[in-house]
Design a protein around this ligand. Sequence first.
Ligand code: IMP
Length: 213
Amino acid sequence: MRLLFATTNANKVREVRPVLANLPIELLTLQDVSPVEEPEETGRTFWENARLKALFYAAASGETVIAEDSGLVIPALGGAPGVHSARFLGANVPYETRFAEIFRRLAPFGERRPNASFVTAICLARGAEILFEAETAIDGVIASAPAGHNGFGYDPIFYYPPLKKTTGELTIEEKIWVSHRARAFRDFARWYGVTRSPRRHEDTKSKKFRYCV
Ligand code: IMP
């Protein structure tokens, strides 16, 4: 099956591709299809934004599309930056400035490290039909200072207690192991493999098997 992952974020693709590697899926990204203007992410939840993107790109491309929406949720800040993670303080504001502002807002907590979660919602759509949805999260705390140069976005300030590192310090293998995004795509892979196990068709000409959902 051709599957268009509606993203241009190479870091997201790096986390997702290995999770789908053993499935009969040809994974495309937005770089592989004709460019279209991005839809505005007007949803109030990760679910809504994932759905909105999946339906938009499915209509625009004619492909089966999987879209995801993700972000950092800090309950002590009322859930911020949340669905606005990519645009927190402004679309082109450097992450160092965003980290500084988060630390400033968390100053009243002193030494206590406030809880935080990374959340991902994914949505699979073909035409106007939604075929699968999932939402997953990983829990951690906000680090006392940014650490690590791996990953992207808020990784340097998200401390993951089970591995005693920020997600910015994780290797790509570790990130794939723990990441909210990889978890959501593992749910999709399980659903794809079990619930909608692809039908095998023998192509009589080439004697090869084709799979289709
Ligand atoms: P989206 O591309 O609209 O889903 O925005 C997601 C934003 O959330 C990213 O641009 C990052 O700022 C943040 N984010 C999501 N997942 C991660 C992650 O795994 N690590 C660090 N930041 C993340």
